[in-house]
Design a protein around this ligand. Sequence first.
Ligand SMILES: CC(C)(COP(=O)(O)OP(=O)(O)OC[C@H]1O[C@@H](n2cnc3c(N)ncnc32)[C@H](O)[C@@H]1OP(=O)(O)O)[C@@H](O)C(=O)NCCC(=O)NCCS
Length: 169
Amino acid sequence: MRLRPATSADLPTLRAWDDDPDIAASSGADDAYDWAAEIPRVVDWREILIFEAQGRPVGVLVSIDPAREESHYWGDCGPGLRALDVWIGAASDRGRGFGAAMMRLALERCFADPSVTAVLLDPLAENVRACRFYERLGFRAVERRLFGEDDCVVYRLEREAWENASPSP
Ligand SMILES: CC(C)(COP(=O)(O)OP(=O)(O)OC[C@H]1O[C@@H](n2cnc3c(N)ncnc32)[C@H](O)[C@@H]1OP(=O)(O)O)[C@@H](O)C(=O)NCCC(=O)NCCS
């Protein structure tokens, strides 16, 4: 299993995933990512990564530095953070442990940067299964917040909690 940068060759897969009703519902009022425009646009505050398992693409995640992200979606937040959006693309791949494996790799990657102190997520409050999934990974709900029209729960995982839950070998 691995994370690798998304490329334009992934566009058909990403578009097919975007058509999935659970993925569309989890995005709330936000428009779907414009993958065709965003994948070639390399910026130093964001990574778009494909999660591969069993030799095939299974999920996608977008990791941003919320303090530097250009739309300031997260508002005024200090440095040292990462914010993630994650999807397991096909309904048939959900509920099989892929999401947890993808999140473990993503968190290792975020915290590999010593300046990162915490990771944020903002599922819709109504997405109770995703909320439960994040809580099982150690994230804690810190705020209920409206992002535009979307009623979200802000989840946060501190570096210390992550290190205590995943001690180095
Ligand atoms: C949320 C998600 C990334 C979890 O990945 P996964 O591979 O399904 O999760 P795992 O198999 O590792 O763990 C299972 C848990 O994931 C969550 N989950 C499973 N299917 C889900 C779905 N369709 N929607 C939301 N959460 C789901 C549940 O908490 C589940 O535990 P449960 O069976 O006790 O309810 C994935 O299901 C997904 O992409 N769902 C659709 C889009 C979405 O909601 N993304 C999150 C946006 S914040």
